[in-house]
Design a protein around this ligand. Structure first.
Ligand code: PLP
Length: 427
């Protein structure tokens, strides 16, 4: 029961008028504040500027087996970069393909290859199997859902809680419906809830026996080293668990340095079983002669080992932690006592997931917009951009300076309160 529900109609109306006055005073400021996307801020990007000064000498660019990294070739990435991603993603270097700057690009290509050529050697292309479906834990990453929508893959909502996706539902769909071919997962510091899948959830993934023998888990470990605090979350190694059961072809792992070094100029990786890697390399060899090896070299000379990455990530955390804490402080002060919302307290990643009462997310986002605060569109965290309960909003605190964030959040809480009262008065 929220505090507002105890109020009479006239009390609610009086409160609304007060909020409206405050709202209008912010509106008169003609602000332009953007909390729409999870981008690193310029201070974070500058942490990696020394990478631009890395001197690459002949000893560096003549790599394994005498290959010249300035030239064509090395389809799956230079050895040092495969070693680095192997450490980050907890796989073997031989199970990694390092690509160019975007893991999203690799995910898109992977889905497209499964559609056209099958999900592994000898598998029937998904396109030849009629209607296919993906399981979509929600709230989730809008661009995963956009890939499915783009290719006409039907999406099935799987609710998430603080432990990860509802695994009973995942099991029910995956084990009974052969047209269910995949699931999107951001297992650590999930986008947008910030939660990390519990051991039970990861083990339940390992225990899955999907009806389709070409079912694939898209394990997007985008935030694997993105801790905000010393006591970071731990994630079980699903690939190892699957290997024990002879099922490791089932997992496609993705990662990148987009939020470690420079978002637009990082390096990305795909990891899977050796047989999937061989299959993908065969297809990749038609697509390209090789990726940008000098950027891979720059990265591995700048961050030479896993420990250096963890140290580097602490510097990121020092910059963005105060932003997360500012958002939570304002929410805790202004909204928590009212009981009209729920939100997550991530220990890592890039987002806070916020739920209004049912039917208020769109209105909150549009009130913010009118007042100069841009948020991720309401609904974006659900397949087809449609939140069935119209309550989830993704808060992205990393980019704006703390002062701007504070102002934006003050407007946000006013908007949440106004949207909630409007709903209560209308119902
Ligand atoms: C879960 C997730 N995966 C992938 C990406 C994009 O990764 P990349 O920059 O490597 O394409 C993002 C960016 O926000 C993300 O949140």
């Amino acid at each position: 029961m929220s505090q507002y529900e105890n109020l009479s109609k006239s009390e609610l109306e009086a409160m609304y008028d007060e909020l409206k006055t405050e709202y209008n005073s912010y509106k008169a400021k003609n602000l332009c504040l953007d909390m729409s996307r999870g981008k690193p801020n310029p201070m974070q990007l500058s942490l990696s500027d020394d990478m631009l000064k890395v001197v690459i000498s002949k000893e560096d660019y003549i790599g394994e087996k005498g290959v010249d990294y300035r030239n064509y070739g090395v389809l799956d990435g230079i050895d040092a970069s495969k070693k680095l991603f192997a450490a980050i993603l907890e796989v073997e270097p031989s199970e990694v393909i390092v690509g160019n700057n975007s893991s999203l690009n690799m995910m898109y290509d992977t889905v497209m290859r499964c559609l056209l050529f099958g999900a592994g050697e000898g598998k029937t292309p998904w396109l030849k199997q009629g209607k296919i479906k993906f399981l979509c834990p929600t709230p989730g990453y809008d661009r995963h859902f956009a890939i499915c929508e783009h290719f006409g893959i039907e999406m099935i909502i799987i609710p998430m809680d603080e432990n990860g996706p509802d695994m009973d539902l995942v099991k029910e769909y995956a084990e009974n419906d052969e047209s269910v071919k995949g699931i999107w997962c951001v297992p650590k510091y999930s986008n947008p809830t910030g939660i990390t899948y519990s051991d039970e959830v990861v083990k339940a993934f390992a225990d899955l026996n999907p009806k389709a023998d070409d079912f694939r888990i898209f394990w997007d470990n985008a935030y694997v080293v993105h801790h905000l605090y010393e006591d970071g979350d731990e994630l079980l190694n699903l690939k190892d668990l699957l290997k024990e059961k002879n099922k490791e072809d089932m997992i496609f792992i993705f990662g990148s340095t987009s939020k470690i070094t420079h978002s637009g100029s990082g390096i990305a990786a795909f990891a899977s079983s050796k047989s999937n890697i061989d299959f993908m390399k065969k297809l990749l060899s038609i697509q390209t002669i090789g990726s940008d090896k000098l950027n891979q070299l720059r990265h591995t000379k700048f961050l030479t080992c896993y420990e250096e990455i963890l140290d580097h990530m602490k510097k990121h955390a020092d910059i963005i932690r105060p932003r997360f804490e500012k958002v939570l402080e304002i929410l805790d002060n202004e909204l928590l006592p009212l009981g009209i919302s729920e939100y997550t307290r991530p220990k890592g990643g890039y987002f806070i997931s916020f739920d209004t009462i049912e039917g208020c997310a769109k209105r909150t986002v549009s009130l913010c917009k009118e007042c100069g605060v841009t948020l991720t569109g309401a609904g974006a965290t659900f397949p087809y951009g449609k939140d069935p309960f119209d309550k989830n909003i993704r808060i992205a605190p990393t980019y704006p300076p703390v002062e701007e964030l504070e102002e934006a959040m003050k407007i946000f809480v006013i908007a949440v309160k106004m949207a909630t009262i409007e709903k209560l008065l209308n119902d």
